[in-house]
Design a binder for this molecule. Structure first.
Ligand SMILES: O=P(O)(O)OC[C@H]1O[C@](O)(COP(=O)(O)O)[C@@H](O)[C@@H]1O
Ligand SMILES: [Mg+2]
Ligand SMILES: [Mg+2]
Length: 349
């Protein structure tokens, strides 16, 4: 199937399936069309400087909104008008929007992920989750968006980088489509990506070291200790500070990403949002043979309590993610190694 256009791929996936699958394909096509508009805007960089300023407000989660965050949100929302979507929820909107009451799907979206990086020409993206719409007598969207991530029907992200790409999973494998400017559409670049079980690279914002809980500090200390430490091998470190870019790298060559809880005000549940960031990334990663947890439990099994809820996020190579859990739940992990390595934290030197 490598080399198929997104459209041909979607047709092949829905051929034997029902109306809901056809609707899902239509929604993904609409999102892809809006993403190509955003690709052009992002590509303008400083030439459209007015797009890159702060809007002066904060989004529902208290983050400063950039002009581009709002423009991207508007573009995705209008692209879904007339699509088979009942509810639309966005990082940029306090409340979900009701669209077509007859439809069976809902979309939760982070319209522009990594927007704090946009002036620095770092890859940014759009993260989305497609859920079955739950119908209630009062047309309440919340039961839909508070479903656990294991109910997602599809998830993906667009990345606007050196390549514009769509990482997509309909629940069986994770595919990567790259935008071909020659053909003017997305073309499958990787078929069923598989994250290697073992990691040699970790991604974490190490400036927060002093705010992390002990389990996270010890895990990172052990990676940093390299071949001479308990891991008995050297690790590389990367932190792009753009979730889509860090996730793309991990899907292509493995590794682990951590945005843990920490003691800073407002970070007791980490930084990333469960419904429209962690859930779709976890869905993609699990469908690529990886794992995603909140450091202890599987992300996809968490029951969201509110739309904009944050969650600690650890994802990537399966064995490495499991190891982070052991540092959190197994006291012997710390007890056994403390006499040997407890004083070796490089950041604590
Ligand atoms: O600046 P920090 O604390 O390292 O956080 C970086 C993280 O924040 C994010 O930018 C949050 O996403 P938004 O830009 O959509 O708010 C992620 O893309 C990234 O992983
Ligand atoms: Mg984001
Ligand atoms: Mg965002």
């Amino acid at each position: 199937m490598s080399g198929a256009t997104l459209e041909a791929y979607l047709v092949s996936c829905i051929a034997t399936r029902d109306e809901t699958a056809r609707d899902m394909a239509a929604v993904i096509q609409r999102l892809a069309t809006a993403a190509l508009d955003i690709r052009k805007l992002v590509g303008q960089g400083a030439l459209s400087a007015h797009l890159h300023g702060l809007r002066g407000g904060a989004n529902s989660d208290g983050d400063m909104q950039k002009e581009m965050d709002v423009i991207c949100d508007d573009l995705f929302l209008s692209s879904l008008q007339g699509a088979p979507v009942t509810f639309y929820a966005s990082e940029e909107l306090e409340h979900p929007v009701s669209l077509n009451p007859e439809a069976s799907l809902a979309v939760a979206i982070d319209p522009l992920d990594g927007s704090s990086n946009i002036d620095t020409n770092v890859s940014v993206g759009t993260v989305f989750s497609i859920l079955p719409a739950i119908k209630t007598a009062d047309n309440n969207p919340m039961p839909t968006f508070l479903q656990p991530g294991n109910r997602q029907m599809a998830a993906g992200f667009f990345i606007y980088g050196p390549q514009t790409a769509l990482v997509l999973s309909l629940g069986k494998g994770t595919e990567i489509f790259v935008f071909s400017s020659r053909l003017g559409c997305f073309v499958q670049g990787y078929k069923s990506v598989s994250i290697p079980e073992r990691a040699h690279e970790f991604a974490i914002n190490a400036s927060n070291y002093r705010h992390w809980e002990e389990a996270v500090r010890l895990y990172v200390d052990d990676c940093l200790a390299g071949a001479e430490g308990p891991r008995e091998r050297d690790f590389n470190m990367r932190w792009i500070a753009s979730l889509v870019a860090d996730a793309y790298r991990i899907l292509i060559r493995g590794g682990i990403f951590l945005y843990p809880a920490d003691t800073r005000r407002g970070y007791s549940q980490g930084r990333l949002r469960l419904v429209y960031e962690a859930n779709p990334i976890a869905f993609l990663v699990e469908n690529a043979a990886g794992a995603a947890t909140n450091a202890v439990s599987r992300i996809l099994d968490l029951e969201p309590e509110s739309l904009h809820q944050r969650v600690p996020l650890v994802f990537g190579s399966r064995r490495e993610v499991a190891r982070v859990t052991r540092y959190h739940v197994d006291p012997t992990m710390i007890g056994e190694r403390a006499p040997l390595f407890g004083k070796r934290g490089l950041f604590r030197a």
